[in-house]
Design a protein around this ligand. Structure first.
Ligand code: NAP
Length: 309
């Protein structure tokens, strides 16, 4: 199967790229990947996506993105891309035993918030557990929350959460933070923030069908002592990782594995291959900025194909 453009990944960036490519008669083919709809499908209410004054549920918003993209001729494949060959044009994308050929490629595979890996964390995600303070802090007005991590993300989340929560406790597995001094100082000088050092989360107690998260069980790594803490929310601030492993042999990536795009453009280091959304964004990481960059990628791909002709 050959297409003018193949889009890999279906968060806000991928579907917006598909919408624009579809309207430009490029008949895009889009691979949904392992988490169709992307990170918004693991949040509940989205209140900061413009156009929805009463908010919208994350999964519902992504369903609307999908419908809108399909209206203009996008074909969606609910499968994973296993391998790509970008060594020459047209580019090749493999899924299972099938080969797909694209004159251009848009990569919108996103980044995944690192998780602790607990079964209870997966179950309570969106029900007291969150990996995005910007998205969910508002729901924790006058509540007690924990933030996990010791880097800049954790400091930033903790500081942001103090605008809403009654108390914020940073839980860190060591006895010092790796965050920059300025971010640490800002967090530590805030009256609402305290820290539990040398501790890791070993379990989360709560029922997603009832009150959601109720208790966090910590283990002190020095003494092995387990303690129970009643909290309303738990925010993971342990970093994100870009889903770029398929592309590392072909494209320039930064030291953390994010795809490098040219300034004010979605162009990667390889002509005809474009990147949009969190896979190339270490700064904003919002649905609306991802959607905007998806639009840019489709327009860049269209212009690239026109110039080729
Ligand atoms: P990071 O610097 O990699 O820090 C991750 C933190 O989470 C570390 O403290 C780490 O502990 C902890 N951690 C990792 N896995 C864990 C696990 N399984 N259980 C418990 N704790 C775990 O990630 P980041 O904070 O997201 O920052 C990423 C980059 O973005 C950095 O370069 C940062 O400067 C930048 N950033 C900048 C800003 C800003 O300037 N406004 C905001 C956010 C991020 P250890 O320390 O023990 O490894």
């Amino acid at each position: 199967m050959k297409r003018k453009v193949i889009i890999i990944g279906t968060g806000p960036a991928g579907f917006t790229a598909a919408l624009y490519a579809g309207r430009a008669n490029m008949e895009p083919l889009i691979f949904e990947g392992p988490q169709p709809g992307g990170q918004l499908t693991i949040t509940t209410d989205v209140e900061n996506y413009p156009g929805f004054p009463d908010g919208v549920m994350g999964p519902e918003l992504m369903e609307l993105f999908r419908e809108q993209a399909k209206r203009f001729g996008t074909e969606t494949l609910t499968q994973m891309v296993d391998k790509v060959d970008l060594s020459q044009r047209p580019f090749k994308v493999y899924s299972g035993d099938k080969e797909y050929i694209g004159d251009s490629i848009i990569i919108s595979t996103g980044a995944s918030a690192k998780l602790l890996g607990l079964e209870s964390e997966k179950r309570l995600m969106g029900y007291g557990v969150s990996a995005c303070a910007t998205c969910d802090a508002f729901f924790f007005k006058d509540k007690k929350v924990f933030v996990i991590g010791g880097g800049d993300s954790a400091m930033e989340e903790a500081t942001f959460l103090t605008k809403f929560a009654s108390s914020v406790t940073i839980v860190h597995r060591r006895d010092s933070f790796r965050a920059s001094k300025i971010m640490q100082d800002r967090a530590l000088s805030n009256d609402k923030i305290d820290v539990i050092w040398n501790s890791e989360v070993v379990d989360l107690i709560g029922d997603e069908k009832d009150k959601g998260l109720e208790k966090v069980i910590l283990n002190n790594v020095l003494t092995n002592e387990k303690t129970e803490h009643y909290v309303d929310g738990l925010f993971l601030g342990i970093g994100h990782s870009p889903n770029s492993v398929l592309f590392k042999d072909y494209l320039d990536l930064d030291e953390k594995g994010y795809i490098i795009t040219k300034p004010d453009s979605s162009e990667t280091s390889l002509e005809g291959v474009f990147a949009a959304g969190d896979i190339q964004d270490t700064k904003y990481m919002q649905a609306i900025t991802a959607a905007g960059s998806g639009c840019m990628a489709a327009m860049d791909a269209e212009r690239y194909l026109e110039e080729l002709e």
